[in-house]
Design a protein around this ligand. Structure first.
Ligand SMILES: Cc1cc2nc3c(=O)[nH]c(=O)nc-3n(C[C@H](O)[C@H](O)[C@H](O)COP(=O)(O)OP(=O)(O)OC[C@H]3O[C@@H](n4cnc5c(N)ncnc54)[C@H](O)[C@@H]3O)c2cc1C
Ligand SMILES: *[C@@H]1O[C@H](CO)[C@@H](O)[C@H](O)[C@H]1NC(C)=O
Ligand SMILES: *[C@@H]1O[C@H](CO)[C@@H](O)[C@H](O)[C@H]1NC(C)=O
Ligand SMILES: *[C@@H]1O[C@H](CO)[C@@H](O)[C@H](O)[C@H]1NC(C)=O
Ligand SMILES: *[C@@H]1O[C@H](CO)[C@@H](O)[C@H](O)[C@H]1NC(C)=O
Ligand SMILES: *[C@@H]1O[C@H](CO)[C@@H](O)[C@H](O)[C@H]1NC(C)=O
Ligand SMILES: *[C@@H]1O[C@H](CO)[C@@H](O)[C@H](O)[C@H]1NC(C)=O
Ligand SMILES: *[C@@H]1O[C@H](CO)[C@@H](O)[C@H](O)[C@H]1NC(C)=O
Length: 576
């Protein structure tokens, strides 16, 4: 259990042992069992003819990766193109830039600095940690072919949906990606089971959060989804648990799942629902993490009647070169906001905020079902405190008739610009030791990092009802610590990633002993990640993993069962 994800950071260190690598290659050449995935250049790597036949069997849906940063580099097939490169640089931080690619990742650390669009045309653009091929799947038959090909040729399989995953789950050296973004089916159903009677929505694996919200709205409905329009719905988002604007009102996104259509490692397509033969698989997929139990084709979730919303936003700042007393007052206010969060959550609302050493920015309080007056009343005690402390602030609130209207009014955030780590903050910490939490926030932000919170109360559902991390049920917010990503100096990123793991997060961990982290917003080097990401559910999840994927076809960093694998310095994935 104690093996750390840090073993993956060998990705960036010199090869562990050249002789060990040589032994593997030799095994491969002589046809003996290798503990490693086949890798480009190996004798057993499929020939071009084999890839072509595979492509033909898929009706031409096989894509050979050309990293999107290629036009910014000389050492690529098409060569450097200054116009294309500049255009790419202009949109690099928008999720859409990466979303439409079959290989790009929004977690910049997992590019391993290959094809960096800002590093200058002479820097290298090798495939590195990007997948080698991807299949633009459109149906179950494509899924089956990809799983079978990966299994037969011992090739690393990567499931890629949007590329948002912070732990780089949607990329991998020498990988074949099952790219799901074209599975766009959307269906309204009248659902009738022992557990639920009512309207339900069924979404294909590639449907985005925004597309799910639009479809629901067109039927006068809402579903629980995430805070950003470009997040996937049926992929890593909901399989990891999934919080968002409706979480305090209805629970996690994974709490809403009625059934999954999924292709298993065996190639068989099944429907996993409670009280079915696949009840254990249903349970595991609901929050037990994406990319490891099988390849999901679609998810069916509970839908709720459309609901009005109010939102609120608030900012205040510590003036530049302020006196100690003013800085103290600023952080006292920052800390005091933590104590308002339980009442926001308990009113069915969700808060999303950001803290730096200079400014506090509550970008949105999402308050479903509340009118403007009610959301103002919710915030008033905190505004009174700011007045008492003579802190100037900007406050605004607004009312909307639908969730879709509310959601569209929010500014989307940029991606590919930070490294992150996270910790779930239990209600008891804020109630019993908020001063220590405030001191940690002060220290973290003074170290130059960003601190952000996304709140929710998902305790209406029992901790063991689904696989989602049981710590989520005690939490009042997910704290995310972020450092800016440096495109000019890779060594800086190594330092800041390690600072997150060794200096910043431990301050929150110390305050939350035996606590946890939300796997989708976490540090990929998290020590004891099995306990932190899955809590008491890890052992049961491991058994379900072994039952449905005994050969370990599915792998993703930090996913259940990934402790059996190590990624070597060249990116090769090996059982060891
Ligand atoms: C800008 C930003 C905002 C975010 N906001 C929120 C938020 O509001 N709430 C929240 O809960 N989380 C949030 N997250 C975290 C988010 O939930 C994860 O990044 C999640 O992995 C995204 O899922 P995806 O399918 O879109 O991404 P991908 O990176 O494409 O997929 C992630 C992984 O999920 C697995 N997976 C994907 N599709 C399938 C499938 N069909 N079958 C099996 N496995 C699959 C694979 O392992 C894949 O690698 C945010 C992340 C970012 C970058
Ligand atoms: C697969 O076939 C299609 C259609 O013939 C072709 O456009 C594509 O380049 C092929 N992919 C690879 C990797 O060869
Ligand atoms: C977001 O990214 C876009 C495109 O890369 C950029 O133009 C914009 O300045 C960024 N916004 C912020 C707030 O960083
Ligand atoms: C990551 O980059 C290092 C340094 O350039 C390189 O040695 C290593 O092979 C790369 N890893 C992958 C997976 O590409
Ligand atoms: C729901 O299913 C049950 C059991 O199959 C059935 O008795 C009932 O009539 C169904 N209800 C409706 C409205 O279809
Ligand atoms: C803050 O202090 C720095 C360094 O002493 C100085 O350069 C800067 O002008 C000051 N800023 C303001 C707003 O006074
Ligand atoms: C944060 O706390 C650590 C340990 O207590 C201390 O060494 C460090 O100086 C602090 N950093 C800042 C920026 O306050
Ligand atoms: C969630 O809200 C309920 C009802 O207000 C409350 O009893 C419970 O303590 C809250 N849970 C958390 C973790 O805040």
């Amino acid at each position: 259990m104690a093996k750390s994800l840090a073993s993956i950071s060998v990705l960036l260190l010199p090869a562990i042992s050249a002789s060990a690598n040589a032994a593997i290659l030799k095994n491969d050449v002589f046809g003996a069992e290798s503990p490693c995935r086949c890798f480009p250049g190996d004798a057993r790597w499929p020939t071009i003819d084999t890839w072509d036949a595979f492509n033909a069997s898929l009706g031409g849906k096989l894509i050979s990766t050309i990293p999107i940063g290629a036009p910014c580099h000389h050492d690529t097939a098409a060569g450097y193109n200054s116009d294309q490169c500049r255009n790419l640089q202009d949109v690099w931080f928008l999720p859409e830039t990466h979303l439409k690619s079959s290989s790009s990742t929004m977690a910049p650390f997992f590019t391993n600095n290959s094809c960096n669009p800002f590093s200058g045309p002479d820097a290298t653009c090798s495939l590195g940690n990007y997948v080698t091929y991807a299949v633009e799947a459109t149906d179950a038959a494509d899924y089956e072919k990809v799983l079978e090909f990966s299994s037969t040729h011992n090739i690393r399989l990567v499931i890629r949906n949007t590329g948002h995953d912070y732990n780089g789950k949607s990329t991998g050296a020498g990988g074949l990606a099952l790219w799901t973004h074209n599975l766009k089916s959307k269906e309204l159903k009248q659902y009738n089971s022992t557990n639920y009677f009512g309207e339900a929505l069924k979404f294909g694996a590639g449907v985005l959060g925004s597309e799910a919200f639009e479809f629901a709205d067109s039927h006068g409905l809402v579903v629980v989804g995430g805070n950003q329009p470009t997040l996937g719905f049926a992929g890593g988002y909901i399989q990891g648990g999934g919080h968002g604007p409706l979480a305090s009102k209805y629970g996690l996104a994974a709490d809403q799942v009625l059934e999954w259509d999924i292709v298993l490692a065996s190639g068989k397509t099944v429907t996993a629902a409670p009280e079915s033969e696949y009840a254990d698989l249903y349970w595991a997929l609901c929050g037990g993490g994406g990319g490891t139990f099988g390849a999901v084709l679609s998810v069916t979730v509970k839908a709720y009647p459309s609901i009005s919303f109010s939102t609120a936003s608030l900012t205040f700042a510590a003036p530049e070169n302020a006196s100690d007393a003013i800085v103290d007052a600023y952080f006292e206010a920052v800390g005091s906001f933590n104590q308002l969060v339980p009442s926001i959550n308990d009113a069915g609302a969700v808060a999303v905020w950001l803290v730096t050493a200079q400014a506090f920015l509550l970008s949105t309080v999402y308050a479903p079902g509340l009118d403007k007056k009610e959301v103002d009343t919710l915030l008033q005690p905190f505004l009174d405190e700011l007045d008492t402390s003579k802190i100037q602030y900007q406050y605004a609130s607004q009312e909307y008739t639908t969730f879709l209207e509310t959601f569209r009014a929010q500014a989307p955030v940029n991606v590919s610009n930070i490294n992150i780590g996270g910790r779930l903050i239990p209600r008891t910490l804020v109630e019993e030791n908020n001063d220590a939490l405030t001191a940690a926030i002060r220290n973290i932000t003074y170290s130059g990092a960003l601190f952000s919170g996304v709140s929710f109360n998902v305790s209406r559902h029992a901790p063991d009802s689904i696989a989602a991390n049981p710590y989520l049920r005690d939490a009042i917010f997910d704290a995310v610590v972020a450092t800016p990503f440096d495109y000019a100096n890779w060594d800086t990123n190594l330092q800041s990633i390690n600072a997150i793991t060794n200096i910043l997060l431990p301050q929150l961990e110390e305050l939350t002993p035996n606590g946890g982290a939300y796997l989708s917003e976490s540090d990929f080097q998290q020590p004891d990640w099995q306990t932190a990401f899955y809590g008491a559910h890890y052992d049961k999840l491991s058994q379900i993993k072994s039952k449905y994927d005994p050969e370990g076809l599915f792998y993703a960093l930090g996913a259940v069962g990934s402790d059996k694998w190590t990624q070597r310095s060249d990116g090769r994935l090996c059982r060891e």
